[in-house]
Design a binder for this molecule. Structure first.
Ligand code: NAD
Length: 344
């Protein structure tokens, strides 16, 4: 017996899809007043994408983890402009800002992702107030359409590309033991892990080459679908604590923590971990991950990301409290501290 929840969303994927297919997708949604949500760093890319669209305005204050004041300003802008569609161009932060507007206005979102974060396929929103991040699920924030165009990721710096791609791999691995784990999302996660392990070394070797970018974006899409269905496992709970309480950077924190969660859970989850190893064309999943990390110069230390060492015990207590009952083995405060120390 299993349960599997899927969501209604249209996805188009292809090299140059932004330039060649976006206008038709805007039309298809019947939009006549499009509000662009994009960081200033995405301005040039966004200008090229929106030149022929019926634009009503733009929101360019986009910050990681969506502070409530940023959400409030974006909501005001949507009201002032009479927008009928939110066009999010950027990484998880741009998508997250559009989600904050959709949550209160019900406006549809068309997402054009430029990182591998995957927020565009989840109904999960996040807001931060006074250093505390709150997340929730609301189908109104799920983008109606996603236009995936690997060529838009060519400008993502190689370090951020690798970290973001490993954030996507974390969606795959964590969905193997997440609260709503099910065979459909596991199949997606394994196909995604294969595509990411194949794509990321090519992105690292040739950041402006289209093939590695395409495999990685495809893997990121499938991995995020698996995550949307299966939910947040131990890995995501750890990163949520670290990102929320110590303001660590999202993608790199995921990249650093992932091997330690895999090592901790592997002895208690031999079957899914053996399948993960096969997806990575290896006999041992942890060794394969280690090899991949070496091959792509992945970030390896929480210390280097700015985690204060004296706060590790406090973080461990928060993690032990948040660990999902679905985890293949119980997580005591001492276990959480050992994972954090290894990642530190
Ligand atoms: P981000 O969106 O903050 O982007 C990281 C940096 O890369 C930014 O400076 C951005 O301007 C720049 N950038 C993005 N695309 C670029 C490109 N193509 N070329 C050059 N520069 C580019 O980071 P992210 O990791 O994509 O997203 C992180 C945020 O998304 C966090 O707040 C996280 O919580 C959220 N998130 C939410 C979900 C969800 O399901 N709700 C899933 C994943 C991430």
């Amino acid at each position: 017996m299993f349960e599997h929840q899927s969501y209604t969303q249209r996805v188009v994927f292809g090299a140059d899809a932004g330039r060649t297919l976006l206008a038709a997708e805007v039309d298809r949604l019947g939009a006549q007043r499009v509000l662009l949500v994009a960081a200033p760093s995405a301005r040039a890319q966004a200008a090229a994408l929106t030149a022929s669209l019926p634009m009503a305005g733009a929101v360019d204050e986009v910050r990681m983890h969506v502070p409530v004041e940023v959400a409030a300003a974006a909501r005001r802008r949507a009201g002032e402009t009479g927008a009928d569609l939110l066009l999010a161009v950027g990484g998880g932060s741009a998508t997250g800002t559009a989600k904050a507007v959709a949550m209160t206005s019900g406006l549809p979102i068309l997402a054009v992702p430029t990182t591998y974060a995957g927020s565009e396929v989840t109904p999960v929103w996040g807001l931060t107030e006074g250093g505390r991040k709150t997340t929730g699920v609301d189908v109104r924030v799920l983008p109606r359409t996603v236009v995936y165009d690997p060529s838009l990721t060519l400008t993502l710096p190689v370090g951020m590309s690798i970290a973001s791609g490993l954030n996507a791999l974390a969606h795959c691995v964590d969905s193997l033991w997440a609260p709503r784990v099910n065979p459909v999302d596991t199949a997606l996660a394994l196909e995604a892990a294969h595509a990411l392990a194949e794509g990321l070394p090519r992105v690292y070797a040739d950041p402006t080459g289209p093939d590695g970018r395409s495999s990685t974006l495809y893997g990121a899409y499938l991995g995020a679908l698996a995550f949307a269905g299966a939910g947040s496992g131990l890995h995501h709970k750890i990163c949520h604590v670290l990102g929320g309480a110590y303001d660590l950077p999202h993608a790199r924190t995921h990249a650093v923590v992932l091997p330690h969660v895999l090592a901790f859970n592997a002895p208690a989850a031999p079957e899914p971990v053996a399948r993960l190893a096969r997806a990575l064309d290896a006999s041992d999943a942890s060794a394969a991950l280690d090899k991949l990390y070496d091959a792509v110069g992945a970030p390896r230390s929480l210390r280097a990301l700015g985690m204060p060492e004296d706060r590790l015990p406090e973080a461990a207590a928060l993690i032990a409290e948040a660990a999902p009952p679905s985890n293949p083995r119980p997580v005591s405060e001492a276990d959480a501290l050992a994972i954090l120390r290894a990642a530190f």
